[in-house]
Write a new protein. Structure first.
Length: 149
């Protein structure tokens, strides 16, 4: 196959996008890497359904957005939502490049390097969550204000 890494990344993105969480392990005391992996995936799973919300809000903002003074806030909110959507896609791509299916879904032990990466990914996924949820909140507030005017 010419691009096996693309197929793997597509698989991981699809897997993550499906909202499947890490399996609960039957061990008495999972190591910190497994617990952190579950946390990272849980944050992803919390944010993934909001991708649909972003699409809906962009659809509501698009007719209001233009380069006029009145349309600029709607244009900015739409761009903010689109940037947060891209952040989610970029995060999934990067995460899929760093970890295997077995590490994500089956709790395969992580090397010390991958444990460090997972710490980085936890920070990244939390920042991505805040970006997504913030852009949605700001867009909703803007649309709510517009409806009241």
């Amino acid at each position: 196959m010419k691009y096996p890494h693309l197929l793997r990344n597509l698989f991981l993105a699809t897997l993550l996008a499906s909202g499947i969480s890490c399996k609960d392990k039957a061990t008495d005391a999972p190591d910190a890497g497994e617990t952190r992996m579950e946390t990272v995936i849980a944050i992803h799973d919390e944010v993934m359904p909001e991708m649909k919300t972003i699409g809906q809000l962009v659809g509501l903002l698009k007719p209001l957005a233009d380069s006029t003074e009145a349309g600029k806030p709607y244009q900015a909110a739409m761009e903010d939502l689109q940037a947060s959507y891209k952040s989610m896609m970029d995060w999934m791509q990067g995460f899929g490049d760093r970890f295997t299916y077995e590490e994500i879904m089956e709790g395969k032990p992580l090397t010390s390097q991958k444990k460090e990466w997972l710490e980085e990914e936890e920070i990244k996924v939390k920042a991505m969550r805040d970006e997504v949820m913030g852009s949605i909140e700001r867009a909703r507030e803007l649309l709510k204000k517009q409806a009241q005017d």
